[in-house]
Unconditional design. Sequence first.
Lengths: 226, 501
Amino acid sequence: MSTSKEDFLNHIRTTLGRTQPITTPPTPPAVDDPTVRLTDADQDLTALFVENATSTGMQVTRCTAETLVQSLQQLIGTQNIKSITFNCPSLGELQNEIKASLQNIGVVCEPWENDREMKKHYEVDAGICDVHAALAETGTLVCESGPQHARGHSLVVEIHIAIVKASDILPDMIDLMPRYNEQTPDQLPSAIALITGPSKTADIEGILITGVHGPGQVFTLVVDNL
Amino acid sequence: MTPPHTSPVQGGDGVELTYNGESVLFPNLPYNLHKRAEHLVEDEKIQRFVNHATLLKDNQRKELIEKVWGREKHNNLRELAGQIKQHTLDHLDYYLEQFIENATKAGVQVHFAKDGDEANNICLDIARQEGLKACVKSKSMVTEETHLLPKLEKAGIEVLETDLGEFILQLDGDAPSHIVTPMIHKDRIAVAKAFERELGAPYTEDAQELTRIAREYLRDKYKTADLGISGGNFLVANSGSLVICTNEGNGRFCTTAPKVHVAFVGIEKLVPSYEHLTVFLKLLARHATAQPLTVYTHMLTGPKREHEHDGPEKMHIILVDNGRTNLLKNPEFRQALRCIRCGACLNSCPVYRKITGHGYGAVYSGPIGAVITPFLKGIGNYKDLPHASSLCGACYEACPVKINLPELLIKLRRDQVDLKINTFTERLAMKGMYLSYRYNTLYKLAGWAQRIALRFKADDDGYIKNAPGPAKNWTRERDLPAPAKNNFRAWWQSRNKGGQA
C-alpha cells in the first residue's frame, strides 16, 4: 500500500527540521522583470516573431485579412493537401469565407469534435487552427485545449497550419504567464501547449530530423492587420 | 598497455547488455568505477561519439548564452533561478501541500511513494484497477531509478518507450548514458541493425528513413494504448500543473492519446507559480540543447474536462521521494535538488567525456550524478564518484541554477574521511604526510628516501618510465623526470658557502 499524504508530508516536514506545518505563506523570490525579460513591447513584434519562428524551422508567411484566403489556398496547393480539420473561432466571419473557398478547390473538411481518440486527426493531411497567443521572444505558438479547441489539431496531423493574428503576439513569455493567475485549477485548460517548431530529434548521431511524433511541418500564417 | 579484462557480454549483433555480467545502471555495490571506466576509455568509437557530441553541445550553449543574455545578465538570471529553487526546497512541505490541493481540485489523483518499489506498485495497482494492457511511455529519469519497465512487463502490460533514443535503447537492450541525449554513445549502424532485427524493417542507415520507421511503428501504438506514462520537468504549486518539455511530441502524445495518464515526478520538481516557471523555461532548453524552448512545452492541469474534446479521462501523479529527503535533510547538499536536469554539466565535464555516462554505474551520470548518487544509493556504495573529478569548475559555470558542484564533491570527500570509508592506505598516507609536515626531521627523512627511491628507478636518460606505488598510474601515460641528487635547500646552502650547484 502507498504512503498516506499525512505521513509523506510529515516526513518532509521533519526532514526540514519542523514539527508544525507552516502557517504564514512564505514569500518566494520576486520574478524581477528586468532580470527575466528578453523582449520589450516597443519592438516590431510581428517582424521579430516571424524571424524567430522561422529559425525554429516553421515556415512563416505574412498576409493580411484580405489576402489570408489566397495565402491558404496557395499553401493547400503546393502541399497537395486534400483533407483538413479546421478550427479558427477567433477569426469570426472569416471562417466561413475560408471554409467555402477551400471546399471550392475540393478540400474535404472533416469533423473532429468530441472524439477522445482523435481519429479524424490521424486521417487528414493537415490541421488548421488559430492560436491563443504567440511569443515574439522565441517564435512560439500557444495552443490551449478548450470547448472549441482540441489537442489533436496541433499534435496528430502531419502538417500543422497555424493562423496567428498580429494582435495575438506577445513580446515575452513573462507577458503570457500572468493570464493564468485569474483561473482556478479546475478552470484552467487541461493542456496548454507552447509550440516552438516542427517535431524534432537529434538522437541518432546528433543529426537533426524533423517529423518524429508531432507534425513534421508547421506553417504559420501571420495576419498583419488583425 | 591492455586494460584489465572486463569483457562486455554481447547480446544480439554487437550489442552490449552488461559489463562483466553486471547491469549497466544497477551494478553490484560497492561500485568499482575504475574497472568499467578503463574499458570505456579504450573504446575508440564511444570516445569519438561522446567527445564530439558533448563538445558541440557545450560550445553551442556558451555561444547562445553570450548572444541572448551576455555574461552579466545571464548570471543574474541563474542567481534568481537558484534562489527560487532553494526557497522552494527550504519550504517544500508548504509548496507540496499547496500543489496537492490544487492538483486535486483540477481532477488529478495524487499518490505518494517513499521509494521506487512503492511508486511502481502504485502504478501497477492503477493499471490493474483500470484493466490497462498497452502502455506508451515518454522519457522519465525517475522511472529509470525505480526500474519500472520490467515490473510492468512482468504484469503482462506491453510497454513501449516513445522517445526515439529510449525506444532504440529499449529495442537493443541497452541503457541510457546521458540525461538529455540518452543514446549519445550509439551510432546509426546499431540502430539499423536493431530495427531490422526487432521490427523486421528493411536495413537502412539513413537517419531520416530510420526515424520514419520509428514514427510509423509508434503511431500505431498511440492509437491502441490505454496507459500513458510520463515524467515531469516541473510541478507548479499554485495551480496544480505538471509541465513536460519534449522536442519530439511524444510527451504530448503519451499524455493525450491513452485514456489513463500516470506521471512519476520527483518531489524536488516544484516551483511556486507560472511566473516562477518562466525563469526555468527560459534557461532549460538554452542550457540543454541551445534552443530557445523545447519544441513542445506541455502544461497540464488535470484530465480532460467535460467540455473538452480530447485528453485522458483520468490523470494520476505519483510524487516520488526515493532518497531525495536524504539530500533535503543535509543543508549543505540540499542545493543539489535544485537540478532541472538540463545536462549542461555533463556536456562540460572532461571526466564525463572520458568515462562516458555508463562509467558512473548509476542512473544519473556526470557531475550531478556524482553528487546525488551517494545520497540516493549510500555514500559507501559509490566511493569513487567524488574523486572522479579534477575540480575544474566547468560544471558550476554551466549550471543554470548555480549548484556549487565542485564544492559538494569536496564535501563528499570530506564526509568519506569523517566516516572512515576511505581506504586504509589513503588514511595511512595522510597520517604520514601530517607527521612529516609536523616534524621537520621526518620531513627531511621522507624527502631523502623519496629522492633515493625515484633516482634508483630512473633510466639512463633521467626519466622514470615505471614509477612505484600510487605514481604507477601517472607513468602509464607519461614519463616522470627523476629528482635532482640534492634538494634545493642543500644546493642553496652549499652555494652560499662558495660550493658548486
